[in-house]
Design a protein around this ligand. Structure first.
Ligand SMILES: Nc1ncnc2c1ncn2[C@@H]1O[C@H](COP(=O)(O)OP(=O)(O)O)[C@@H](O)[C@H]1O
Ligand SMILES: [Mg+2]
Length: 450
């Protein structure tokens, strides 16, 4: 069992967008916490000084009030002018802790039970205490802590709001910026993608980021090596096929001469077999030469040629040498379709497709060839249906599905090399369009540029 996990490729745009946004949000929250902490300290100082000030102001008034009473020891509540919500409340007590004076809605239970001087806090209130008249009177002013908490929360919320707007803004911003920065890499990718299979020349390196240039250079080196390897393979195939041609032809001629000398019998039969083998070998060397030419490039001519007159020539030629099948040809009225495809390459393509239609098709049925005004060639012949998965493999070298007739499995590989080399497209259908059996090849020449 393997524990190696294959990670899904990540988009740089997404990773950077998320990373930068999280980083920005964390920094913002960090700065916000610092700001809130400092403001809280300052705010406490301010509130405390107001609290102390209030206590100092009330004390002399309270002393006068208590001393002027008939019964100073009796508790009294200060009546407010008008009922209102009081934030600051106070108690004036004597040194025994008896309440002498209290603000109108002061609740004595929230106050400290002992008489404390200066600042102190409970869970709900902040207090300030002072004493006067030789410590016989003590005033304690209380302020609810909720007020300070509310102020801090309001401030934190105000500072947090922009973050809600900033998060999508930062994400979209970095997304767009990364997209913009990657434009040269995308152009580079398109440049590679737009190449036909025959084009292995180096890819232009333009305005690429310095991090990517080494990759682009390695790609170019690789393309260069690939091109040289392919070229040497092609020239080897072409040369060997060429070199084989003469000895095979000589051997074939000698066998034919020998055949006339021997009388009928086993030797004659073996001679016929030998001739068939030599013919097969001759065909193979011919096909290998065609394949090397088709894969070698140079399949486009400098000027345009009329494909329909070329097609008519090839079909007539084939009809003359093949007495069995009937070939029907359907052409557009003006009999003209101009294209830059090299006439030799076009002939190689048509011969291979037509040979297949004659060889693999039903001998008693006609081969239908049509060429439409928009550059689509169709060759249809009767045959049994070829399963879709086999159909998809046919254009590979040495793949055959009908082995009852002689062949090398190179015909469709050659046709495919020509078609993709010139920028046309080829599709196979079995059964043929609108029929229940048969085989159909469709080549679209309209996509050839030039
Ligand atoms: N016109 C056709 N009709 C029926 N089958 C075909 C036709 N053309 C090609 N095929 C199938 O595709 C296979 C591959 O064709 P090809 O590459 O030309 O090799 P070969 O002709 O040497 O067998 C053939 O073996 C045959 O089964
Ligand atoms: Mg063939």
């Amino acid at each position: 069992m393997s524990f190696v996990q294959i990670k899904k490729p990540q988009s740089l745009q997404k990773t950077l967008g998320i990373g930068l946004t999280i980083g920005m949000a964390l920094l913002w929250i960090f700065a916000l916490s610092g700001g809130v902490y400092v403001s809280q300290n300052k705010l406490n100082e301010l509130f405390d000084s107001a609290l102390a000030e209030t206590a100092q102001r009330i004390m002399p008034l309270a002393v006068v009030e208590i001393l002027n009473r008939d019964e100073p020891e009796k508790a009294q509540q200060v009546v407010s002018f008008k009922a209102h919500e009081e934030r600051l409340v106070y108690l004036v007590r004597n040194n025994l802790g008896q309440i002498l004076l209290q603000s109108h809605n002061a609740d004595p239970t929230v106050f400290n039970q002992t008489l404390l001087i200066g600042f102190n806090s409970s869970t709900t209130h902040r207090f300030y205490g002072v004493s006067a008249v030789q410590n016989t009177l003590h005033i304690e002013v209380a302020e609810p802590l909720i007020q300070r908490q509310e102020a801090i929360i309001a401030m934190a919320v105000t500072l947090l709001w922009p973050l809600v707007l900033l998060i999508p803004f930062c994400f979209l911003g970095s997304w767009a910026f990364v997209h913009y920065s990657l434009r040269h890499i995308l152009a580079y990718r398109n440049e590679i993608e737009s190449r036909g299979s025959g084009d292995l020349s180096s890819v232009k390196i333009q305005d690429l980021p310095t991090e990517i240039i080494p990759i682009a250079e390695s790609v170019n080196n690789l393309l260069d090596r690939l091109q040289r390897a392919l070229e040497s393979e092609r020239s080897f195939t072409a040369n060997s096929a060429h070199e084989l041609r003469t000895p095979i032809a000589t051997a074939l001629a000698q066998v034919q001469r020998l055949q006339q000398k021997v009388s009928a019998g086993t030797t004659q039969d073996e001679m016929v077999k030998l001739e068939t083998t030599l013919r097969g070998l001759s065909n193979l060397s011919e096909k290998l030469m065609q394949l090397a030419k088709a894969e070698g490039g140079g399949l486009l001519a400098a000027e345009q040629h009329n494909l329909i007159s070329l097609l008519t020539l090839i079909v007539d030629d084939s009809q003359r040498s093949n007495a069995v099948n009937k070939i029907t040809l359907t052409l557009p009225k003006n009999r003209e379709y101009m294209s830059v495809i090299d006439p030799d390459a076009f002939a190689i393509l048509i011969r291979n497709l037509l040979d297949n239609a004659i060889k693999h098709g039903d001998r008693n049925q006609p081969v239908d060839i049509s060429f439409s005004t928009n550059g689509i060639l169709r060759i249809v012949n009767a045959s049994s249906v070829i399963p879709a998965d086999t159909l998809a493999q046919l254009r590979r070298r040495f793949v055959r599905s009908n082995i009852s007739v002689q062949g090398m499995g190179l015909g469709l590989a050659i046709a495919d090399a020509v078609v993709s080399g010139v920028g046309a497209t080829m599709t196979f259908n079995s059964p043929a369009t609108g029929q229940t059996n048969g085989f159909e090849v469709k080549v679209d020449f309209s996509t050839i540029k030039g």
